[in-house]
Design a protein around this ligand. Structure first.
Ligand code: RIB
Length: 304
């Protein structure tokens, strides 16, 4: 089982020719609202990739919560452990420019109330994978990781968005997944000094944790560093429409294949394929590919 402990948002998309500069107003006729949030997106991605998936997040008592929850349920994700908060359901304002890049602001709302203490021990079954990100309180991630490790679970932390991490995270995380900016930030948290090169940082982070550090490289693919060994995977050759949620597609697919006991070559190939495919449609969750498409396109990923 994959348990995703993390954020849920409603994403308000605005397509723009270019991102506004400070003080500038830009007009658009293209806007839409879709379910999102890194945690919820990763749960849907894990379920699409074939894992039995439980999502534990915090929702407000509002209509937007129902939009998010019904999208999760439709994707086959168990939402029976979702907590309720008096704050509004999380909301993200996402600008997508003409080159498919995005710029995101998240109003955390209910996500800030997500509690590890409300997760029952019975859910933390031996052998599963616990997935977390950084849009909910870091202190709760740490608490839940401690309990999950005691139960024999593998802990995967996607350090997105980049934030200061308590040093004890290094002992608890079996897998860290970071992009280039996040790799440098986590290196700073763990080593108390700066690194200039994300690949160097990823190798150092894997040595520090004694586990795997995966560095995602956008259109250049990804690499995994473990016990001094580095494996690189290419990206799909695609023309992106919207890159929102590509990282979440990678993380959810990685977790599902890790839980299924696949080796790192297959895990990386499938995760890179899912991330590429997620860029071909607008929105985060609706763009996530099904397992058969991931497996078919994974054959296009080259390893070195
Ligand atoms: O990773 C993409 C996600 O980041 C969006 O769905 C948005 O909600 C923010 O959390």
């Amino acid at each position: 089982m994959v348990i995703v402990f993390g954020s849920m948002n409603n994403d308000f998309f605005l397509n723009v020719e270019h991102f506004p500069l400070p003080g500038e107003t830009v007009l658009t006729s293209s806007s839409f609202v879709k379910p999102g949030g890194k945690g919820a997106n990763q749960a849907v991605a894990a379920s699409c990739a074939g894992a039995d998936t439980v999502f534990v997040g915090a929702a407000g008592n509002d209509e937007l919560a129902e939009v998010s929850l019904s999208a999760l349920k439709k994707a086959g994700v168990d939402v029976s452990y979702v907590q309720r908060s008096d704050k509004p359901t999380g909301m993200a304002m996402i600008l997508v420019d003409s080159s498919a890049e995005n710029s995101i602001v998240v109003a955390s709302g209910a996500n800030g109330d997500l509690s590890a203490d409300k997760v029952p021990d019975t859910l933390l079954a031996k052998g599963g994978v616990l997935v977390m990100q950084m849009e909910t309180p870091v202190s709760e991630n740490i608490k839940l990781m401690r309990r999950a490790k005691e139960k024999g679970m593998k802990c995967l932390l996607n350090v997105a968005p980049a934030k200061e991490l308590p040093p004890e995270t290094a002992e608890l995380a079996d897998v860290l997944i970071v992009n280039e900016i996040e790799a440098l930030s986590v290196y700073g948290s763990f080593f108390g000094k700066e690194a200039r090169d994300a690949r160097f940082a990823a190798r150092a982070l894997s040595e520090k944790t004694g586990g795997t550090c995966v560095l995602t490289l956008g259109g250049k693919g990804a690499l995994s560093a473990n016990a001094g060994e580095v494996l690189e995977a290419s990206a799909l050759n695609i023309r992106p429409v919207d890159t929102t949620g590509a990282g979440d597609a990678f993380v959810g697919t990685f977790a599902a294949n890790l839980e299924a006991g696949c080796d790192m070559t297959d895990i990386l190939k499938r995760s890179c394929a899912a991330a590429g495919l997620a860029c071909l449609k607008a929105g985060a969750q609706e763009a996530l590919p099904p397992r058969d498409e991931i497996l078919r396109r994974a054959a296009e990923i080259r390893l070195s």
